[in-house]
Write a protein that binds this ligand. Structure first.
Ligand code: BTN
Length: 326
């Protein structure tokens, strides 16, 4: 632990109290000048630290940091978050979680980053990941399911994210097949699940969740393919990320155990309750072709079932879905 982290820990252990520079310097075995320098750095990083002559320092507020200790405290999940890695900057939380999975990391590991330099989206796209404003999270699971059922876990992250947005932020989040979460028709979260499996056995599944929390309009790339939004843009106020990430991990844990115990049915119904395109005329853009039809629902493996204009029913495994008309 760095001296700066130790100072924060000391001040946090004495809420509302002033700790003298001498006490801190004795406890950390550094000079009082060094304590003062660290306090200045912490202030620059967003910590509000009051200083009084002859009394010392008092921590007034913390920046919106994600620290593993804070996330894990009384989290009370069965599996998700039993190990948490929070990093300031990395390439992609999914990539790091996959590497950890291949090296034998336990089920329930969560990798979080304050920013990503190579955030990955679906279909090889980028995921814009500015520092300190959003959630970039990957959850490692090792479900005893057939690899054919792995797509069910995408619906799990969508339901968890949408339900938590409603409960913590007071939004009315909707889902879009296969893996978007929308608020007022704009994408607020994207989900990218990555699978490590053999024909008959899942070795690991990484649930990647990118949730736009305090992103401002000018932080979105100008050439986005879809309208996008954030919690702050929808509610008009900034949202602390800590309660959001804790609620999200708890909900993923709960839905995961329900899925393993009860199968896909209950999860599918929760997802369908937030899906506005059932029975609607849609187009699915698959790059090389566009398929048109009426949405009949989800299959047990998460494929979208469409009624085609000629009366046949078709299973859709991938593509960008959009409503037609109305
Ligand atoms: C999409 O294209 O909609 C999926 C975006 C998924 C982004 C998240 S951010 C956390 C995790 N790490 C990544 O590199 N991607 C996912």
């Amino acid at each position: 632990m760095s001296s700066r982290e130790k100072i924060v820990r000391l001040l946090r252990a004495h809420p509302g109290e002033y700790l003298s520079g001498q006490e801190i310097s004795t406890s950390l075995k550094i000079s009082r000048a060094a304590v003062w320098k660290h306090v200045e750095h912490l202030r620059a990083a967003g910590f509000e630290i009051a200083a009084r002559r002859a009394q010392g320092y008092c921590l007034r507020s913390l920046p919106d940091l994600l620290l593993a200790d804070d996330i894990m405290r009384d989290l009370a999940t069965k599996v998700v978050g039993r190990e948490i890695d929070c990093l300031k900057q990395l390439s992609s939380t999914n990539l790091i979680a996959r590497e950890a999975a291949a090296a034998g990391a336990p089920e329930g590991l969560v990798v979080l980053a304050d920013s990503q330099s190579a955030g990955r989206g679906r279909l090889g796209r980028n995921w814009t990941s500015p520092e300190g404003v959003n959630l970039y999270a990957s959850v490692l699971l090792r479900p005893q399911l057939s690899p054919l059922d792995a797509p069910q876990l995408t619906f799990l992250s969508a339901v968890a994210t949408a339900e938590v947005l409603d409960e913590v932020c007071g939004l009315n989040a909707r889902v879009k097949w296969p893996n978007d979460v929308l608020v007022n028709g704009r994408k607020i979260a994207g989900l990218l699940n990555e699978l490590g499996a053999e024909t008959e056995q899942i070795h690991f599944l990484v649930l990647g969740i990118g949730l736009n929390v305090n992103m401002s309009a000018d932080q979105f790339p100008a050439d986005l393919r879809y309208p996008a939004t954030s919690v702050m843009l929808e509610t008009g106020t900034t949202q602390a990320r800590l309660p959001l990430v804790r609620a999200l991990l708890r909900r993923i844990d709960e839905l995961y155990h329900d899925l393993l115990a009860e199968g896909f049915g209950p999860l599918r119904r929760r997802w369908e309750a937030r899906f506005d395109l059932l029975d609607r005329q849609v187009e699915v853009d698959q790059g090389q072709q566009i398929i048109t039809g009426v949405v009949a629902g989800l299959d047990t493996d998460g494929a979208l079932r469409l009624f085609l204009p000629d009366g046949r029913s078709e299973r859709i495994l991938a593509g960008d879905l959009r409503p037609v008309g109305r």
